[in-house]
Design a protein around this ligand. Structure first.
Ligand SMILES: [Zn+2]
Length: 117
C-alpha cells in the first residue's frame, strides 16, 4: 500500500484539528494537553463564521474539545503506524483495512466489517 498519500492526508487533518483546537482552547503548558478556554477569553473581533462558536458555553467547548482531542489521538496513532510500517491493519481482526475506507477516513483503526459489528 502506498502510505505516502495517507500520510499527507493525516498531516493535513492534524493541522486542521489543531487549528480548530486553537479556536476554542489552548495548550496547558504544564501538562502539554489541550484545554478549553473560558468564554471571556475569546477574542471580541470574531468574524460571523466564528460567532456560533463564540456563543457556545464553556461546557460545549469542553465537549467539542474532547471530540477534537480524540480525533487528534487517532490521527497521531495512524501517523505512528505509518512510521512503524503497520498502517492500514485492522486493530480488531488484524486484516488489512480496505483502501476505500482509508481514503474516506485515513485514521480508521478497524476494517468496515469490524466497525459494523
Ligand atoms: Zn477487522
Amino acid at each position: 500500500m502506498n502510505t505516502e498519500i495517507f500520510k499527507t492526508k493525516l498531516e493535513e487533518e492534524k493541522k486542521l484539528i489543531e487549528e480548530e483546537l486553537g479556536d476554542i482552547g489552548r495548550i496547558d503548558t504544564s501538562t502539554g494537553e489541550w484545554e478549553a478556554t473560558p468564554e471571556s477569553q475569546s477574542s471580541p473581533e470574531a468574524d460571523t463564521n466564528d460567532l456560533s462558536d463564540r456563543t457556545e458555553d464553556y461546557e460545549e467547548r469542553s465537549a467539542t474539545m474532547s471530540t477534537l482531542n480524540s480525533r487528534l489521538e487517532d490521527v497521531d496513532l495512524a501517523l505512528d503506524k505509518i512510521k512503524n510500517g503497520n498502517y492500514g491493519i485492522c486493530e480488531s481482526c488484524g486484516k488489512e483495512i480496505e483502501e476505500e475506507r482509508l481514503k474516506a477516513n485515513a485514521s480508521a483503526r478497524t476494517c468496515t466489517e469490524c466497525m459494523n459489528k
